[in-house]
Design a protein around this ligand. Structure first.
Ligand code: SF4
Ligand code: F3S
Length: 104
């Protein structure tokens, strides 16, 4: 599976949802997650994210996010169309320590 990691927080560009062939993105207040059991590992979303916030589960950065993706994909609503990203998304892109701002 592919996994959404920390840098999605407060960026939430949503380019990813438009390309996913199986519509397996789920939207929280300030980030998205991927349902690990629905993702078919196609990799199409990875280069679409302007925040480079999508990685394969083989990436070491995925480890602490995989279970978060699994947990919240089961709770948050499915999202298949790109909405309006936060107005300050670009300012948050690449900022360290965003995990503390995760909002379930
Ligand atoms: Fe969807 Fe493919 Fe990305 Fe998985 S890797 S979330 S199936 S676009
Ligand atoms: Fe997040 Fe990137 Fe999608 S910032 S919403 S994973 S395009």
């Amino acid at each position: 599976t592919y996994v959404v990691i920390e840098n999605c927080i407060k960026c939430k560009y949503m380019d990813c949802v438009e390309v996913c062939p199986v519509d397996c993105f789920y939207a929280g207040e300030n980030m998205l997650v991927i349902h690990p059991d629905e993702c078919i590992d196609c990799g199409v979303c990875e280069p679409e994210c302007p925040a480079e916030a999508i990685v394969p589960d083989s990436d070491e950065r995925a480890a602490e996010w995989l279970e978060i993706n699994r947990t919240y994909a089961a709770q948050w609503p499915n999202i298949t169309r790109k909405g309006e990203p936060p107005p300050d998304a670009d300012e948050w892109n690449g900022k360290p320590g965003k995990k503390a701002l995760f909002s379930p």
